[in-house]
Every structure is written in structure tokens, then in C-alpha cells.
Design a protein. Structure first.
Length: 344
């Protein structure tokens, strides 16, 4: 296994960091998390930014680049792999070992005073942003949101975002219709006096709507967001995927059974502006249910006094709403694996 040669990539990235084209001031350090805008552990090729810049392609790890240093943190599963895939421009930070500093402590130790640490707000979770920002601020530095991903700037042949066909799942596999899931979710929202529910994790959206995709290898998910109100369902997805009559019928896009179960569809990229509009129209007592594992970009749209993080999004719903789901979907997966392997 030969390491990736990264000297020229790091030179280009540092050049971008020094410029003021993508941020009002030079960036002294840039953080490259391993996830995507949905904080997925397993990601599509277009989101493999950390792998692009350092060569390490494990599922967990964070790279940080400064003017003089480049370091990558990962856990014990990947120590050997990372050491083989990264060249000597990189320092491997072995998480879990006593002598390994945290990302915050390392940054504080290597940065000059009053440094700005940049990160794409779409690919860092709100709770991570909060903790990192607090630590850096206490040391006189600042964590700043850089809207243009700087890795994308230097990644000239970055793959397109996949948009695979959607598959529908019937009651024989799910045990409960998506309409009933929405109704039950709204019941939970009423109990908690919540006006809007924001779903950002890909698996929870696939689960909620009884849909599956193949945008990420070995994961039956598709790129989407969902925002559910008491009388509104908004699905943000590549609209070309909704031309399939089977999918349209499944979601009842052309003939909803009840007005409150009508699904409004929007382009995938419009979730930010739609959430902004929702938050701008919130009443004095309205609250938005959004997970602190969602992207910093989306959570910062929601006014602090309007947030409810008491239960991390639909992940809690997945575990509670449907006891049939576990048995039926496991059976479906086993049948699928058997079919693919030629054993069925």
C-alpha cells in the first residue's frame, strides 16, 4: 500500500487559506471532518474530502491543516491503515492514547495568537462546533464558518453527487406506512409542543418515508432532507428522482389521501432557504425540533430560544414507533444478501 503524495495539494490548499477570496480574512487552520452534510459515517465519493487531502480512506477521522502542520486524528481501528496511506507530510494522531492531544489542544499549541480556524459549517455537527468554538475562544482564537468548502476549491476532478433510483417498501417489509409514521411523529410533536421537525440524517429520512436508495455504497439511503409541520410535509430531494410513477404513487404526490399528508417536494439544495423562511414566520411559542448532530449550518438558522434538542431527531422515533420494523427489515436484508450472493 503506497501512501498518497500530498505535498502539492497541501501547497494549493494553504494558498487558498491565505487568500481572502473565500473568507474576509486569511484562515490559519482548516478542519476537514470525515462526514458529509448529513453527518454520515459512510459517505459518497463526492464527499471523501479528508481522503482526498491526506490519502486515508477509513470511515472515521478528522484532518487539520495549518500553515506549517498537517495532522489527522483517527481511532484504533485505523492506526495501521492510516500510517500506510498517508505520506510524511502528515502527523498521525492516535485517538484514545494518553499522549495524543485533542484537536482543540493541538490547535491551541501550534497556532499564533488570535488565529482563525475555518470549517465548512455543513459538514460539522452543531455539538462539535459548540465544543470546538468554546475551547478555541477561551484561548483567544475563533472558529469561523467558511461557506465555500476549501477542499472542493482544489479538488478539480471531484465526482458528481449521486442520484440513484428510489425504491419503495411496502407494509410487508416495514409494518407501518409512512403516513402512519408521520401521524405518530406529529403526536410526539404535540406532546412536546413542537411546531416543526427537521430530519437531516439519511437513514431516518429513508425510514420515515419507507424509501430506499443507493447513493452511498452498501447503505440503502439517498440524499434528502425533510421538514415536517403539523399540517405540512416538505421533502428536499433531487426532483428528477420523483418522475418514477411508482415513487409518485407511493408518496401520493398527485393524489394525497388527506391534505395534511400531502408531500411538498423541493430541490435538495433549497433546504436552507426554506428553513430560514419557516423560522422567520415562527410564532412566539413555536419551537423547532432539530438534532444537535445536524449540521451547524442548519442548526444556526433556528433561533436559540426556538430550538428543542431534547430528543435527537427521528433516530429516537426509529427505535420507538415500530416494533415490527426490526424483524421485517432484517428479513428483507437477509433475503437481499442471499440473492446477491447467489444463495437464494
Amino acid at each position: 500500500m503506497s501512501p498518497k503524495i500530498t505535498g502539492e495539494l497541501l501547497r494549493l490548499l494553504r494558498q487558498v487559506m491565505r487568500s481572502c477570496k473565500y473568507f474576509s480574512e486569511p484562515i490559519h487552520a482548516y478542519i476537514v471532518p470525515s462526514g458529509d452534510a448529513h453527518q454520515s459515517e459512510y459517505i459518497a465519493p463526492c464527499d471523501c474530502r479528508r481522503e482526498f487531502i491526506c490519502g486515508f480512506n477509513g470511515s472515521a477521522g478528522t484532518a487539520i491543516i495549518t500553515e506549517q502542520h498537517a495532522a489527522m486524528w483517527t481511532d484504533g481501528r485505523y492506526f495501521l491503515q492510516a500510517s500506510q496511506q498517508m505520506d510524511n507530510n502528515w502527523a498521525l494522531m492516535k485517538m484514545g492514547l494518553k499522549e495524543t492531544p485533542s484537536q482543540e489542544d493541538w490547535l491551541i499549541s501550534v497556532l499564533p495568537e488570535n488565529s482563525k480556524v475555518g470549517v465548512d459549517p455543513w459538514i460539522i455537527a452543531a455539538d462539535q462546533w459548540k465544543n470546538m468554538s468554546k475551547a478555541l475562544t477561551s484561548a483567544g482564537h475563533s472558529l469561523v464558518a467558511v461557506q465555500d468548502n476549501l477542499i472542493d476549491v482544489v479538488w478539480t476532478d471531484r465526482p458528481e453527487r449521486p442520484s440513484t433510483l428510489l425504491r419503495t417498501l411496502g407494509l410487508e417489509y416495514t409494518g407501518i406506512s409512512w403516513q402512519d409514521k408521520i401521524t405518530t411523529l406529529r403526536g410526539k410533536m404535540t406532546e412536546r409542543k413542537i411546531s416543526w421537525f427537521v430530519a437531516t440524517a439519511l437513514d431516518e429520512i429513508a425510514w420515515l418515508f419507507n424509501l430506499r436508495g443507493a447513493d452511498i455504497n452498501y447503505n440503502p439511503v439517498f440524499f434528502a432532507y425533510a421538514i415536517v409541520g403539523m399540517n405540512s410535509i416538505r421533502l428536499f430531494v433531487d426532483l428528477k428522482r420523483l418522475s418514477d410513477p411508482v415513487v409518485r404513487d407511493h408518496l401520493q404526490l398527485d393524489s394525497p389521501s388527506r391534505p395534511e399528508l400531502s408531500v411538498q417536494t423541493f430541490p435538495y439544495e433549497s433546504v436552507y432557504t426554506e428553513l430560514q423562511a419557516i423560522c422567520a414566520a415562527l410564532g412566539p411559542k413555536d419551537k423547532v425540533w432539530i438534532c444537535d448532530k445536524a449540521s451547524c449550518a442548519l442548526t444556526q438558522v433556528v433561533p436559540k430560544v426556538r430550538e428543542d434538542w431534547s430528543l435527537c431527531s427521528g433516530q429516537g422515533q426509529k427505535g420507538k414507533l415500530n416494533s415490527v420494523l426490526g424483524k421485517q427489515e432484517k428479513l428483507f436484508v437477509y433475503v437481499l444478501i442471499a440473492a446477491v450472493s447467489g444463495r437464494w
